[in-house]
Design a protein around this ligand. Structure first.
Ligand SMILES: [Fe+2]
Length: 329
């Protein structure tokens, strides 16, 4: 009776066994992705249980032109949210609903270290909620380090992301091999970074994840991609199936230039709508994709997709090939 259901689940999750995720927003409190250490660690635990081996955190790096830093937590920064202001799907408002129940709430006023010492001195059990809040506060304190205080209003610098990631690794004791890269918005500030050869790449030091707005091509796009290649980088375009302004001519031109494509496999479940689904299937069938990633912004997405990835053999093999490529990064 439950056989069919079980088999369906397996079809969705089989791709994850031994896999590497090259695109997600799980590093907490740095963009419109995860909000707290505890929800991040919890999802990584679920991923580990599903067989995921390695996860690259790819926080949005937007330069000066508009950040997606989430004001919910870790806040010294308060920004507008470019996705919602452009009429796109607001990732952040949804994750508040998804995660507020689990997110640990810390107060920057409370001295947790002192409270923990005191409880221990009195031989009392320290509640895990206090320990968690203390960790969250310590993680948030990075925002107040002198070297990061003068940061532009446009969001966290790569140095800041690195500091956050190092702190995250101090706390994270799970099984997933976590690494840091970034998802760079292709704009003027990014072009300057490329020229300065100052990028958060994948571990091979050359592959770089880049994105554009969903609605229009950046003026500097050709120049940026060209400069990346001249400087020895290998640009991977994040979720080409989601850019509404791109057509087949654009895809073909980009592939001719040697730009690699990353499929967000949620697109194949219809999660982003029918247009994106169709485009993703077309690109997959034409063999245009090179890698695949989750682009997780919150835990519920993980639950959503697993039951829905279910293809014929040809497409299953195509997707497996992308996951095999992921493992090289
Ligand atoms: Fe992303």
């Amino acid at each position: 009776m439950f056989g069919l259901f079980k088999k369906e689940r397996k079809r969705g999750e089989q791709f994850l066994v031994g896999s590497t995720d090259i695109h997600c927003h799980i590093l907490p409190g740095v963009d419109d992705g995860f909000a707290s250490l505890s929800t991040s660690v919890e999802l990584l635990e679920r991923e580990a249980n599903a067989g995921v081996k390695r996860v690259y955190f790819t926080p949005h790096s937007m330069g000066l032109s508009g950040a997606v830093v989430d004001p919910r937590s870790y806040g010294t920064h308060h920004h507008h949210h470019p996705h919602s202001s452009k009429g796109g799907k607001s990732e952040s408002s949804r994750s508040i609903q998804d995660e507020s129940a689990n997110a640990s709430v810390f107060s920057s006023e409370r001295n947790y270290e002192f409270e923990i010492e005191k409880l221990r001195a009195e031989n009392k059990i320290v509640p895990s909620s206090i320990l968690q809040a203390a960790r969250e506060k310590e993680y948030a304190e990075i925002n107040k380090l002198p070297e990061f205080l003068g940061e532009p209003i446009g969001g966290f610098s790569d140095a800041h992301l690195k500091a956050k990631f190092e702190k995250f690794k101090e706390f994270y004791t799970g099984r997933v091999d976590v690494r840091l890269a970034a998802e760079y918005m292709m704009n003027k500030e990014f072009l300057d970074k490329v020229k300065a050869k100052d990028l958060l790449t994948y571990s091979d030091g050359v592959h770089v994840l880049v994105e554009t707005s969903y609605y229009s091509a950046p003026l500097e796009m050709d120049e940026i991609l060209y400069t990346l290649q001249i400087e020895g980088y290998k640009p991977i375009l994040a979720h080409p199936e989601r850019y509404r302004y791109m057509g087949w001519n654009d895809y073909e031109k980009l592939k001719e230039k040697g730009i690699e494509f990353q499929l967000t496999y949620l697109s194949l479940t219809g999660y982003y709508g029918k247009t994106t689904l169709k485009c993703a299937l077309d690109l997959l069938d034409r063999g245009f994709f090179d890698y695949t990633g989750s682009d997780y912004h919150r835990t519920s997405t993980f639950i959503h997709y697993a039951h829905k990835l279910d293809f014929n053999r040809r497409r299953t093999e195509a997707l497996e090939k992308l996951f095999a490529n992921n493992s090289k990064l």
